[in-house]
Design a protein around this ligand. Sequence first.
Ligand code: ASP
Length: 901
Amino acid sequence: MKGNVIFLLLFFGHLYALPDTIRIGGLFHPEDDKQEVAFRYAVERVNADRAVLPRAKLLAQVETISPQDSFHASKRVCHLLRSGVAAIFGPQSAPAAAHVQSICDTMELPHLETRWDYRTRRESCLVNLYPHPAALSRAYVDLVRAWGWKSFTIVYENSDGLVRLQELLKAHGPTELPVSVRQLPDSHDYRPLLKQIKNSAESHIVLDCATERIRDVLQQAQQIGMMSDYHSYLVTSLDLHSVDLEEFKYGGTNITALRLLDPERADVQRVVRDWVYEEARKGRKLQLGHSAKDNMTFIKTETALMYDAVHLFAKALHDLDTSQQIDVRPLSCEAEDTWPHGYSLINYMKIVEMKGLTGVIKFDHQGFRSDFTLDIIELTRDGLQKAGTWNSSEGVNYTRSYGENQKQIVEILQNKTLIVTTILSAPYCMRKEASEKLTGNAQFEGYAIDLIHEISKILGFNYTFKLAPDGRYGSFHRETKEWDGMIRELLEQRADLAIADLTITYDREQVVDFTMPFMNLGISVLYRKPIKQPPNLFSFLSPLSLDVWIYMATAYLGVSVLLFILARFSPYEWDTPRNCLDEPPVLENQFTLLNSLWFTIGSLMQQGSDIAPKAVSTRMVAGMWWFFTLIMISSYTANLAAFLTVERMDSPIESAEDLAKQTKIKYGALKGGSTAAFFRDSNFSTYQRMWSFMESARPTVFTSSNKEGEERVMRGKGSYAYLMESTTIEYVIERNCDLTQVGGMLDSKGYGIAMPPNSPYRTAISGAVLKLQEEGKLHILKTKWWKEKRGGGSCRDETSKSSSTANELGLANVGGVFVVLMGGMGVACVIAVCEFVWKSRKVAVDERKEEASLCSEMASELRSALKCPSGAGGGGVTGGTRDGADSPYLHYGFNTKSQLH
Ligand code: ASP
């Protein structure tokens, strides 16, 4: 059975013989001679290689037509048909091709095209080897997605470009950043358009124009400064390899394109070499380059596709030949004539799978070339290099590793001079103090300057410092929708790096790129140091609070009264006075109210008194009181030492919350800085309140530099506090001993080096920062600029001085005790006078003397009080014996009312 089939195949194989010569027609434009050359060369290759078409030879019949002249084109097609062609190849221009295609459709004659054509229909006689527009468009979408472009500008030449990129436009969602679409002018001056793009700060450009115009566009972009490290171009042409990109190789601009033809493939190179050789041998006028590499630029995608188209045709013809008898006959445009083998041949072409110069040639079920692989090529210092591939099933696949990319970036950095923008802000960047005039980088010194120097040593780049013209860090103005300060310098690509005490914030991170933070910090309050309180005159009262003093006085009175009552109550406290012979006996109680008060005060003052309780109850009272006084006095003494020696500091605020609670002390921050932004954007009610207070304060509480803030705190003498970053506070209080940090940090963030968006150097510089951190260099730099240079450490001496002289008590500390003593003496004198007057009056009244005799009584008493003792050796005269019964002193003694009944 199997043997029979083979026999039949062989039999029919011999039966179906192709004519010896098969004519194929080619329609080409005079200016596109390479298509024709490729066509002729491909025919020669097919005829030379017996394996492709063993029993027939192809005969190329070429017609030259003008691209716009479709009438002439149709006439040439009819001419070709009359001569009996089996297929028509070309032409390349759209209007002419449309006519040719409609004639071929009518005649059912295969028409092979190698151009981008979005009108390709499934049921027509057209076999287009050019990748299908929809698939190509998807490749651009995948690329843009892979790069994460959030916004971009499409620069196109004609409406075909927009059709080519429609998938890209469709894929860009309405919520994403807007995409701009701009058309290249017909004139050859693209600068105005490019300037507009530059002003829009767009750095991602999709360029869709004829391959011949690419170089011009890029050159003009370079002239207006749009070929920097931060610009990325996606060129949609598949022939970028044929453009001379020599002058853009070192600029660092990202230029990427896709290609179908890999000029580095060995088979492609072989074909091109043979081709060049053949052409040279035949002495054909073909402008070829001197080297093989030059010749690669000559072979465009469409040229290679023409070569592949002829091979595809030949292979399909050979396959068809094995199944049917093919004859090729002349056809007339006038007659309604068709070629019976046309459709079969077309179908064969669409099912055949072969490897051509442009990769695997394969058609999908619709007859479109959708299943193809494109190379992703990028411009590097060594020219265009393959960075990866794209195919319809897997999408973008980068073959170059991340490490390789980074290595290349570091190489680019090595010969670069980066412009570094900064602002004068101590200790990050300061003007050097020198007697002669300094210029360039030598003018500046500081932490940031040293840091850049260290990074440049690692990465090998050069740098030039440039101060930001407005001296600001960078904030977004909502009204103008513009950034200022260093951020603006980066966005307008006037600088490559920005270094200062520039905080990494969300808003800034949206528009520029930051490296890893090189310093961590938080917002805190700069305020004047608390003023030393002069010691209080009555500081001896401080160890106990007012409440305790009141309780003590109450306890004293209470205990005294209780003692008095209990003593009266207890029989054991009643005694017969010694030498009292009265009958009935007079009983005496020593705890009169005054004596009780005297007894308790005596023990409270740790002095005791002559009076002692005798009854158990009163002793109990006394014991408990002594216990109380023991504890109270010990506590008082212990606390007194601290109160007398420690200097009292008076600080009205202890934290940012304290600031928020009051309105007397004004507070502000740096204008347009991240500190102000922190309060502006905070959701926390305290900070919101602080922000409204700051905003409404007149005159403004915002400052244009940290230095101004520091001066304002000094000048304010406690009426102004400045919200500042902890690192800068640290620097300030190290030098200005009158200032201090109040409270802790309100947040936690870091300073980073900023660079324009999409900067290729971010990873390399971040790596260098991390390296410096791990080596401890950042710490060394911080110590140098904070604690050593420019007066660092001056406040440290002061603190140690003050702490060593803190323990002597001055009069100011204990003066109050003297005051109390003097006051007590004074009061005692006044009381003595009162007692004297009182008693004299009493004696006068008792003796019913006249009114006038009160004065004489007082005078006589005074006289006797002042009388010098008569006869120093006479045993002395005491008050008790002065004037007999008349003297008030004789009335002292225990009242007879205190008798016990
Ligand atoms: N370092 C801050 C900034 O980057 C300045 C500040 O607000 O204190 O804006």
